[in-house]
Design a protein around this ligand. Structure first.
Ligand SMILES: *Cc1c(COP(=O)(O)O)cnc(C)c1O
Length: 362
């Protein structure tokens, strides 16, 4: 099979332009889906085959499929942006392709050749391009792969399905507010040394949901997870990396040590800040230090980042032992500036580093 070739079979029941426009006016996040999906199958001994774009539909998988029992599953999250000139941008998609394969290796799954991954994403975006909202919306793209072999023995599966779906997106956080409140998870861990924290796998999210439910009970928006050994060092949120901005201009983000997901937004922000001469330290930051620095005013701002919510200010942190505000408890100027710079690059309004945006369908 030519890996770059996805046979395109347009859906015969794609929604009308009117219906589509109604749906993408206020899409929220992750609730509305486009008309098509990309799929390919991997079978041991044969490799990747049956790659095609077709109508979005339900899977029919065996009740003994590996993913349903042993959670052999990974995913990616990326976005397509509509530019003012009508063209469409992807943001560093080859980074997603590389990370997908890093996740695959950790989960004993087959590599998806980079050109197959990119062809799936680009062909899907191209056929469903009218689903990209205008204005500040975007098309959220979700590539994923799971074990589809029917077999209850415990070993890496012999058959996998790779799929890409897409969902028009507005603002990620329901309330659309400017700063989120975090709940410190002091006893539930997301990832530990030697575990799967650096892989983008569904299992990590399953492990984070109870803490997320606790956060909601505490009127918080998101969970901040600490390291699993000392419960002292700040790791990340359930699905976003963290940055801290200090009064002397220094910026700190926790280091990638295997328990943190290496965010592409994180890496891009580090690169942009360093380029303009800001000192960015990738070093451990303790939760009690966070509280002290926030109270003394040494810490000016904190923000979370990831593809879905881009850059989001942290206004408040709540823990079992009390809570504290960060800065003014609102979005600060540093956070606002880095968010608009990044969004500007992604939408093609601001010139970013060479190769960061990739036009689709040209
Ligand atoms: C996807 C993800 C991120 C953010 O990664 P981006 O590449 O910036 O979208 C951060 N943490 C976790 C746990 C994630 O799954």
């Amino acid at each position: 099979m030519q890996p770059q070739f996805f046979e395109v079979r347009p859906s015969s029941n794609a929604r009308s332009a009117d219906e589509r426009e109604g749906l993408i006016k206020d899409p929220g996040f992750g609730k509305i889906f486009t008309d098509h999906m990309a799929t390919a199958i991997w079978t041991r001994g044969r490799g990747w085959h049956s790659a095609h774009i077709g109508a979005r539909r339900s899977f029919s998988i065996d009740p003994a499929a590996g993913v349903l029992h042993y959670a052999q599953e990974i995913f990616e999250g990326m976005k397509a942006y509509r530019r003012d000139d009508g063209r469409i941008n992807l943001f560093r998609p080859e980074q997603n392709a590389r990370r997908f394969n890093a996740s695959a290796r950790r989960m004993a799954m087959p590599d998806v050749p980079e050109d197959l991954f990119l062809a799936a994403v680009e062909s899907l975006v191209d056929i469903d391009r009218e689903w990209i909202p205008r204005g500040d919306g975007s098309l959220y793209i979700r590539p994923f792969m799971f074990a589809s072999e029917a077999f209850l023995g415990v070993r890496p599966a012999d058959e996998f399905i790779f799929c890409v779906i897409a969902s028009p997106a507005g603002a990620y956080f329901k309330s659309g507010k400017r700063a989120v409140t975090l709940w410190v998870s002091d006893h539930l861990n997301r990832a530990g040394p030697g575990g799967t924290g650096a892989a983008k796998c569904g299992g990590n999210y399953a492990a984070s949901l109870l803490a997320q439910a606790e956060a909601y009970e505490q009127d918080c928006d998101q969970v901040v997870f600490l390291d699993a050994v000392e419960h002292r060092w700040v790791d990340e949120l359930g699905g976003m990396n963290l940055f801290f901005v200090f009064d002397d201009g220094r910026v700190v983000t926790p280091p990638l040590g295997g328990t943190i997901l290496p965010g592409i937004t994180r890496a891009s922000i580090i690169e942009l800040l360093r380029q303009r001469g800001t000192e960015v330290a990738e070093e451990p930051y303790a939760i009690d230090q966070w509280e002290d620095d926030a109270r003394s005013g040494k810490l000016k701002e904190a923000f979370a980042c990831g593809t879905a919510a881009v850059v989001t200010a942290v206004g408040r942190v709540k823990s079992r032992n009390g809570d504290w505000a960060v800065g003014q408890g609102d979005e600060g100027t540093f956070t606002a500036a880095i968010r608009s710079e990044l969004l500007g690059i992604q939408c093609g309004l601001v010139e970013g580093p060479a190769g960061w945006v990739r036009p689709v369908g040209l």
